[in-house]
Design a protein around this ligand. Structure first.
Ligand code: HEM
Length: 400
């Protein structure tokens, strides 16, 4: 019998063998740790669409409502679209998605310009740790500029974003106070910016958000502030990790680099295959609101169900040779950005950033090479985030 231990270091480094065995022998798996885990693409798609599976945090989660007075992140989570159901989710999501999507469309050139200046700064370097030296400043600069926030504030926004991701993680007791303090500062910073945009509108995210709320009180000030914090944190943390994982994947597959340089398979296809192959979000949690039957098994009300996005994206009944990176893969779409009513609203931003980074890093005058044989992945629950990516840099032959 396959044992699923989400905290096992071997599983964290390479979960795919465990996923394969579960999908084959026990696709709707009940773990003794007290949750269900789905590994089939079909089941994960259906579960993402099932309104009987709630996004509310489980009673085991740091952000469960019972922790609201103890952890600022739990108080923030109560206002976030990511942890809500029904009308309380729909309306704020509609407004945030509308404002963000319009801004991403309008500011594609911003992303390309930031990528170009980041790549230009690499001239003369012979080595770097990609995640800290490229992915983080690139992601942070893009989202701060999109939001219209001062570049002088990038460092503290980055630090606060990192703290907000304790929403998904146990908070060690000795740092609870400093996490709370940082998140309280983050909140008060966004509150002040929001107030200043009310007084003197600018051409930026928070002004557009205020404009997009046609009806007075359509969004409460707390919903505006806390969901803006989430967008900033996603725009920095998720993007930093996603870019680092994708660049590592591309460097391990020469045909992807050739395709970026020589046309051929589209860059959009390469981006999607990177997201399928090493999905930055590996599983999403849900709570069954009622008894639900999946794959012949009855899941009782109030059970925790983990939807295995990373496992679904390697399901051989949907993706031929799922463990192979195929530069021009056709067919079904991956689930890296989720599906249905909670699907990611920042996917277009990540795609734009990864495409700009791929072109800048591989089709210019530098040649990147891996300094490490394998990746080390962090233990952040539900995520497949690289710890670091060490690269050598050289001038590309024939380019000046
Ligand atoms: C590598 C990049 C990213 C990945 C892999 C990713 C993945 C996901 C996934 C799987 C979901 C669905 C969660 C669920 O079903 O409960 C989601 C939701 C969400 N994402 Fe992303 N995301 C990324 C980047 C971003 C960015 C850049 C932003 C914003 C700037 C963003 C904002 C959001 C928000 C607000 C939600 C919640 C939507 C809702 O609950 O209605 N994400 N993301």
């Amino acid at each position: 019998m396959t044992v699923l231990d989400l905290t096992d270091p071997e599983f964290i480094q390479n979960p795919y063998g465990v996923y394969d065995r579960l999908r084959r022998d026990d696709p709707v798996h009940y773990s003794k740790m007290g949750f269900w885990f789905l590994t089939r693409y079909e089941d994960v798609c259906a579960a993402l669409r099932n309104p009987g599976l709630s996004n509310r945090p489980s009673r085991f989660s740091v952000v469960h409502e019972s922790n609201r007075t103890r952890h600022v992140c739990a108080d923030v989570a109560a206002n976030l679209v990511a942890f809500r159901d029904g009308p309380k989710h729909r309306e704020p999501r509609r407004i945030f998605a509308k404002t963000l999507t319009a801004l991403i469309k309008e500011r594609q050139s911003l992303v390309r310009n930031v990528a170009e200046s980041m790549v230009a700064r690499l001239a003369g370097k012979s080595a770097m740790e990609f995640s800290a030296e490229f992915a983080e400043p690139f992601a942070a600069t893009c989202i701060t500029q999109m939001m219209g926030l001062p570049s002088a504030d990038v460092a503290r926004l980055k630090a606060w974003s990192n703290l907000l991701f304790y929403m998904f993680h146990h908070i060690p007791p000795d740092i609870v106070d400093s996490v709370n303090q940082g998140l309280a500062e983050f909140r008060s910073y966004i509150e002040q910016v929001l107030e200043s945009r009310r007084q003197s509108p600018q051409d930026d995210f928070l002004t557009h958000l205020l404009d997009d709320c046609h009806v007075e009180h359509e969004l409460s000030p707390e919903e505006m502030v806390d969901n803006t914090m989430l967008l900033i944190a996603d725009g920095i943390e998720n993007v930093q990790a996603g870019l680092t994982g994708a660049i590592s994947t591309v460097l391990r597959h020469r045909e992807a680099i050739d395709a970026i340089r020589g046309g051929g398979p589209s860059i959009h296809g390469i981006v999607d295959e990177c997201l399928r192959y090493e999905s930055p979000g590996q599983y999403q949690g849900r709570i069954a609101l009622e008894p639900i039957v999946i794959g012949g098994k009855t899941i009782r009300a109030n059970s925790v169900v983990l939807l295995g996005i990373g496992a679904a994206n390697r399901d051989p009944s949907v993706f031929q040779e799922p463990h192979r990176f195929v530069v021009d893969r056709k067919g079904a779409g991956h689930l890296a950005f989720g599906l249905g009513r909670h699907a990611c609203i920042g996917g277009a931003l990540f795609r734009a950033e990864l495409e700009a980074a791929l072109v800048g890093l591989f089709d210019g005058s530098i040649e990147l090479a891996l300094c490490q044989d394998s990746m080390t992945w962090t233990t952040r629950a539900g995520h497949r985030w690289p710890a670091e990516l060490r690269l050598n840099l050289a001038r590309r032959a024939g380019r000046c």
